[in-house]
Design a protein around this ligand. Structure first.
Ligand code: UTP
Length: 960
């Protein structure tokens, strides 16, 4: 007789051999690897159905919605063949995989994804008799429990082989064990079978155990469901639970239930996500919001300014921590000076700039520019250096020449090895390559302080001193920066400068200082002014003027605002700041239009632009993306509204600094409106409006120069954009456009096609069978109304007989009227037949005042073909034949649909009015507001508007 070890795929024939096998290295290693794989599998989901060419970052971004993603693995075929492939998403926690699996409608790039648990072949982790496994396969699991003798026998045999805690053992003593065979036996296999292993696993033992046999037998689905979590589909009885959620009497369609269920699931996931992110952010803070609140209440700190001062006490780096930081510097010096005699260890960043928060990272700069004579005579051996190209090969300390000949990255690699060998308290040492500033990152063992060590950062040292100067110059600077840093941290806006999209604390500090340069009167001077005070005694680093005077030399400010006023002022100033169009220049204290920055090639521009005070070609906020910029603007507006109440006597007793940190949305502030407020002018978009902003940061200097040569960059852009959008609607989407009014010459709205709809009418009326008409249901729905309207039309005097061509050309409104009557089927009108409609004017016909818009175009758009239907399918087919994504391809898709697939309807499916108008902020920015207006009750209007909006915005982004 022998037992089988599943893990090692071997047979073990004796007890002696068994012991040896189980303790053996190979078995242990395989067991460990199996458990790791199992863990990995539990944390992963299998995904397929995404479009070919999907990038791992897209999947990662999407699946991060359910938890922190560790890895994305594609199958080997991905990118090699054009076809479908699959991917495995591995999360950091199994819970995230469960959440992703419980979500039932995954859509990425408009494709529904199939998300399944990752396959994993379960093995028995302890050896078993071959017949045991066979029996297990043949029989239903519970049948074992009805045969106590057999269990006993297994148990005995297991004991012989030390297998007491095996597969069966766990079950026997666990959930199943609590259920008597009788109780369980009453449940038919069908019922049991409905519960998949995963579902069953999620049902807590307690819940299940509490259900007596009788209860279960008598219960209706609904009653049973009450015990379930109405949210949890992955609980065994979630479905029934959900049904009962509405009560038996209420009739809910399956769709409604599914929709509601989906919403609830979504909300639950969002809530979890939010809580997790918030917790992570809070964990990095020395004092949580709750603790801060409690502290303020207990100590009865009254008044915002006082509370801001208290925050400094609570947040700033303690003297003990400063001492620890000093000790780290000493450790570094001791380890490095034998190799680099005379090395100087300088701290920079928040540890020393006056704005440091307890536990913050420590930034250290090693100055290797003053290597001296070694003071110790002992010979030193350089650590392993085969991959360090520029390092000298012999033993002994470096001299200046040798240090200077090394590349920065080689220096960093060498120093990292020296630290590993000679500074054991520096843990988890890691080199971070970078062209600009390679780093060594480590954690100090005793204090837990994380440290970034660099070798080429004189500029950082100098800007740290500059920040220090500002912090010492006026006592209001520090509380303000602490409060803003804390606010930004709890809101997830700042603090991860290395790789993320948030603002760096350095950038945030400069945002505050820039605001203080622009208060009236200014509270702090500009960097340029500080440099001017140096006279000819200038400091140059890497060709940049880095001069400034000490705080004591600066004339004090005449500004008398309180920190409370200043904090509100900060939120208010940036709450309506146009980040996309303006570049903050802290050196001069001025705003420079982004377009100018691009034209002058001063620095690379992004969504948010703040120029470094010394290195003028460095944009310190280049990492901030669109989403983060919108989040920053939104939080600024919320904080502005909240802090405004501080100046209302009603709230004099209750106001607290924590108001701006909590998640409460102030009454009267419509978050929707805040989200839809798209620019500094506070324009709130309506349901059928969208904005096309001029994204100067994406434009090349050549393009901008062309616009400049045309007279005005911003107006020039508007004109070209109107032409582009008109082309998209009229030429690419093949909608029939008729201009009502515009101030642009014809070359900007040139008609490329004329549609002969009258011919189609003839065909239809002469009884020739029409081709497949995709508008049949609309047509039928309108049929009776159409008949009526036709009669009315016949009774009406002819429009053409009244309006001469000349009149039409003079009066754009006449064009509209003529057009309406020309169209074969009149659109539904809101007024009563034959009467002048009473009440407010239908916006479809309303006169619009364009006097405030530099450029405008108002037109009627008739849609005769569902150009959006099957668009994707045709597009994919064409792409498979080698067509590249382009505006020409979009036009080909439309034409294919028009001529080969859909066949245009003889009646318009829809008519809407499309208005495009400019919003120019002279010398700074511009955008186009696109608005669609339809008559009331227009079917498909919503769908068409959203299609047009998405199409136009995508096309602008890609092809303008
Ligand atoms: P941080 O953004 O880390 O700022 O930059 P901080 O004030 O130290 O805040 P913590 O560490 O997040 O609490 C650290 C230093 O790096 C330099 C500056 O000297 C800054 O003080 N730095 C940072 C630059 O020179 N340029 C940058 O774009 C960013």
């Amino acid at each position: 007789m022998f037992v089988v070890c599943d893990i090692c795929q071997v047979n073990i024939s004796t007890a002696q051999e068994y012991d040896r096998h189980m303790c053996g290295k190979r078995h242990q290693a395989r067991l460990k690897s199996y458990e790791e794989r199992k863990k990995q599998s539990n944390c992963s989901v299998f995904v397929k159905g995404f479009p070919p060419g999907t990038k791992d970052i897209e999947l990662e971004n999407y699946f991060s919605y359910f938890g922190k993603v560790k890895h994305v693995f594609f199958d080997k075929q991905h990118n090699k063949v054009k076809g479908r492939s699959f991917a495995i998403i591995e999360y950091e926690a199994p819970n995230s995989a469960q959440i992703a699996l419980s979500y039932k409608s995954h859509v990425l790039n408009s494709e529904h994804l199939i998300v399944r648990p990752r396959d994993f072949k379960e093995l028995q982790t302890t050896p078993y008799f071959p017949w045991q496994k066979e029996k297990e396969r043949q029989q239903l699991p519970w049948s074992n429990y009805e045969e106590p003798n057999q269990i006993g026998a297994f148990g005995q045999q297991r004991q012989q082989f030390n297998m007491g805690r095996g597969h069966f053992g766990n079950k026997g003593r666990g959930q199943y064990g609590n259920m008597g065979p009788g109780q369980y036996g009453n449940m038919g296999p069908g019922q049991y079978g409905n519960m998949g292993p995963r579902q069953y696993g999620n049902v807590g033992q307690g819940q299940y155990g509490n259900m007596g046999q009788a209860q279960y037998g008598n219960m209706q689905q609904g009653q049973y469901g009450n015990m379930g979590d109405p949210y949890g589909e992955d609980m065994g009885f979630g479905n029934q639970g959900y049904m009962s959620f509405y009560g038996e009497g209420e009739e809910q369609t399956q769709e409604e239930i599914a929709k509601r269920k989906k919403d609830i699931e979504k909300q639950k996931i969002q809530k979890l996500q939010k809580e997790r992110a918030k917790k992570e952010e809070e964990e990095q803070l020395p004092i949580t919001l709750e603790e801060l609140n409690q502290y303020m209440q207990q100590k009865m700190v009254i008044g915002i300014s006082n509370q801001m001062n208290t925050m400094i006490e609570l947040l700033q780096v303690t003297p003990e921590e400063l001492q620890q930081r000093y000790t780290i510097c000493k450790t570094l010096e001791d380890a490095l000076s034998p190799f680099f005699p005379g090395v100087a260890i300088n701290q920079f960043g928040s540890s020393v700039n006056g704005f440091g928060i307890r536990g913050c990272d420590m930034d250290v700069y090693l100055d290797l520019s003053k290597i001296g004579i070694p003071c110790r005579s002992a010979k030193i051996q350089l650590p392993y250096h085969r991959d360090i190209r520029s390092v000298k090969k012999n033993a002994g300390p470096f001299n200046q020449e040798e240090v200077d000949s090394m590349s920065n990255y080689d220096k960093v690699k060498l120093i990292s090895r020296i630290l590993i060998e000679h500074a054991p308290s520096c843990h988890n040492t890691l080199t971070v390559p970078s062209n600009r500033c390679p780093l060594i990152r480590f954690q100090h063992e005793v204090s837990g302080i994380k440290c970034d060590l660099s070798v080429n950062n004189k500029l950082a040292l100098q800007n740290t001193r500059l920040l220090q100067t500002y912090s010492l110059f006026d006592q209001r600077v520090k509380p303000l920066i602490y409060a803003v840093r804390y606010w930004a941290k709890v809101k997830g806006l700042a603090g991860n400068p290395k790789a993320g999209n948030q603002l760096s604390n350095y950038a945030l500090t400069w945002m505050v200082l820039y605001y203080l340069m622009n208060t009236k009167p200014s509270l702090v001077p500009t960097v340029e002014y500080l440099a001017s005070l140096c006279g000819n005694d200038r400091t140059w680093i890497d060709c940049w003027d880095c001069s400034f005077v000490a705080a004591q030399m600066i004339p004090s400010s005449k500004n008398i605002q309180t920190t409370e006023e200043l904090l509100h002022g900060f939120f208010s100033y940036y709450g309506s700041f146009d980040f996309r169009a303006s570049c903050i220049c802290v050196r001069t204290g001025l705003i420079i239009p982004v377009a100018k920055m691009v034209l002058d090639k001063t620095m690379k521009v992004g969504v948010v632009n703040i120029q470094d005070p010394f290195v003028l070609n460095h944009n310190i906020t280049l990492n901030v993306n669109d989403k983060m910029a919108s989040k920053i603007s939104q939080e600024l507006k919320i904080a502005e509204t909240k802090s405004k109440t501080w100046f209302d006597v009603k709230f004099a007793e209750t106001k607290s600094i924590t108001d701006i940190f909590n998640d409460i949305v102030p009454e009267g502030l419509n978050l929707d409106a805040v989200n839809k407020t798209v620019d500094a002018s506070g324009l709130v978009l309506g349901k059928y409006q969208f904005l096309v902003p001029m994204k100067t940061q994406n434009m090349t200097p050549i393009k901008l120069r062309e616009l400049e040569e045309e007279g005005d960059i911003y107006l020039g852009w508007c004109k070209r954009m109107v032409k582009f959008i008109y082309g998209l609607i009229e030429r690419v989407l093949m909608f029939d456009c008729e201009i009502r009014t515009t101030n642009l010459p014809e070359e900007f709205h040139k008609k490329t096609r004329t549609y002969d709809h009258s011919k189609k009418v003839k065909l239809a009326t002469t009884g020739v069978k029409r081709g497949p008409d995709s508008t049949d249901e609309v047509t039928n729905a309108k049929k009776s109304k159409t008949e009526e309207n036709k009669v009315i039309e016949d009774k009406k005097p002819s429009a053409n007989s009244e309006n001469t061509e000349e009149q039409k050309n003079k009066n754009p409104q006449c064009q509209v009227d003529a057009r309406k009557e020309d169209s074969e089927v009149p659109m539904e009108t809101s007024g009563a037949e034959g009467k002048v409609p009473e009440g407010p004017v239908d916006p479809f016909d309303a006169e619009i005042d364009f006097s405030k818009n530099e450029i405008f175009l108002d037109m009627d758009v008739l849609v005769f073909l569902r150009i959006w239907a099957e668009r994707k399918k045709i597009g994919n087919k064409l792409k498979e034949r080698g067509f590249q994504e382009s505006i020409e391809l979009e036009q080909t898709i439309s034409e294919t649909l028009y001529y080969d697939y859909l066949k245009p309807s003889r009646r318009p499916i829809l008519e809407f009015r499309l208005i495009i108008r400019s919003d120019v902020k002279p010398g700074m920015a511009s955008s186009l507001l696109v608005e669609a207006i339809s008559r009331p009750g227009m079917k498909e209007y919503d769908a068409v508007f959203h299609f047009v909006k998405k199409f136009v915005l995508k096309a602008v982004e890609k092809w303008f």
